[in-house]
Design a protein around this ligand. Sequence first.
Ligand code: PEP
Length: 254
Amino acid sequence: MPHRPYIVGNWKMNGTRAMLTEARAIDRAAARHPGVQVALAPPFTLVHAVAEETQAVGTGGQDCHTAAKGAHTGDVSAAMLADAGADFVIVGHSERRRDHGETDTLVQAKAEAALAGGLGVIVCVGETLAERDAGKAEAVVTMQVKASLPKLDEGAKANPARMAVAYEPVWAIGTGRVAAVEDVVAMHGAIRATLLSLYGESGAAVRILYGGSVNAENARDLLAADGVGGALVGGASLNAESFLAIVAAAASEA
Ligand code: PEP
């Protein structure tokens, strides 16, 4: 694995302050695995508390607005996330694309706003089952990467290590269905080639994570696969024990 493996828990719309117990347990264990970069993306309401109560774990938001501030009721900017203690943000998750009609153009603007606001950014891409069955998975994902990642400018060039792409086949999210390792390897190869074409040699520093029903049982095989730089984990990140089993699998691959 060329980069320090990056294991990110996406809590989605789950968690009240009682979940801080899990965050603290994850933090204690992450400190024992310095070879793995561990992070949590709790709901906005817990970003500040998770950031305050953890040291070894990064803290992120699950979305940000394209603007730094203004009349956008219910939205949160990258600057606000940074002020709350976040160091990164996830943008373009398929649940936001589905629930909020987010397009590649909007996701790109959010990713650029994240970098401009001083945050790292994880941009999610992935095909639907119909697109995979039609043999279009690679074309769809390549297009999403080109259209959703920050445009090549000084920000993106200066910050390749602050950027990650999460390849998350939509049909594998929260379903218990995991992509075959050979398909993950092929897709990660296609994404890397696209990153190099977008950013030149800086594209080699962008991490590529796999997401979609990663758990303690399948993590080792997925994380050992060629080109897989880590995992974006939904359901299995809600519980310290199951999330830490994935972190331990990453440590054994590091
Ligand atoms: C996700 O939503 O980013 C995700 C990968 O979810 P799950 O692990 O539950 O499939």
